[in-house]
Design a protein around this ligand. Structure first.
Ligand code: GSH
Length: 255
């Protein structure tokens, strides 16, 4: 694809850079990641929360290099190789980590009904909230931006109504919180460029947002704000040829 996509700042910065350095040794679990990617961020948070040993490997998913396509034929980050076997899709990876690392801190409840309810709200966040976020970023005309923003606020409120507080499940931090955290972390982009305001959401939103931003795993995986701002220009100007951006333009579900 374009020149723009291939000229992405090539590594994590800030706190995230330290975390990457601390995970540079060979390991049974290789994490194929891109520092800027919110889907990567989901799996990164699960790895950090569960304190799993992993080797961080930075890839530029837009380059579609053969080595990476061998790991994920779709060429999307995140992906992992675990004892030489490959898997991809952020939410599938998170479920895998939860199933495999049973000795680590659980990120889903024990009760089957409650687990299923978690998956329902993960699905809501992944399909409705996430796509509204990208739609709002990519919208160029003011009415389309407003439309996107309204949808974003509505899908966020619908979710927050289910949040027991402080986290989705109450005291237990879970994969549900992780599914939305990367976008909450990036919400300032919509504040600065699309008129998002905390008051539009209300309820437990200010507190929930604050707790997410202060979560040690979120801080440890954060790059410098300036780098995200640079990165998201291509979305704000609707100039990216990423699979996600193309799906949004075509009115299709996210890849
Ligand atoms: N559904 C995937 C997941 O949840 O893991 C989406 C992953 C995704 O779209 N990642 C982006 C990517 O790899 C980076 S943020 N883009 C490469 C491309 O669009 O060609």
């Amino acid at each position: 694809s374009s020149f723009v996509e291939k000229n992405i700042y090539h590594h994590a910065s800030g706190e995230a850079e330290q975390t990457v350095k601390a995970h540079s040794n060979k390991c049974d679990l290789v994490f194929y990641a891109a520092w800027f990617c919110p889907f990567v961020h989901r799996t990164w948070l699960a790895l950090e929360e569960k304190e799993i040993l992993y080797e961080y490997r930075e890839v530029n998913p837009y380059k579609k290099e053969k080595e990476f396509l061998d790991i994920n034929p779709l060429g999307l980050t995140p992906a992992i190789a675990y004892h030489g076997k490959a898997l991809h899709e952020s939410l599938v990876l998170n479920e895998f980590l939860e199933d495999e690392f049973t000795g680590s801190k659980p990120l889903l409840p024990k009760d089957s009904f409650e687990r299923a309810r978690c998956r329902l709200w993960i699905d809501h966040l992944a399909k409705k909230f996430t796509s509204a976020f990208f739609r709002t970023m990519q919208a160029q005309e003011e009415d389309k931006q407003k439309e996107g923003l309204n949808e974003l606020v509505e899908t966020l409120k619908t979710y927050l109504d289910q949040v027991k507080g402080p986290w989705f499940l109450g005291e237990q931090f879970s994969l549900v919180d992780i599914t939305v955290a990367p976008w909450i972390f990036r919400m300032y982009i919509l504040e600065e460029h699309r008129g998002f305001k905390d008051e539009l959401v209300g309820g437990c939103w200010p507190e929930y947002k604050k707790l997410i931003k202060e979560r040690p795993s979120v801080i440890k995986t954060s790059s410098d704000r300036q780098r995200y701002t640079e990165f998201y220009q291509r979305y704000l100007q609707n100039e990216t040829e990423s699979e996600i951006a193309k799906a949004i333009r075509a009115g299709k579900p996210l890849p």
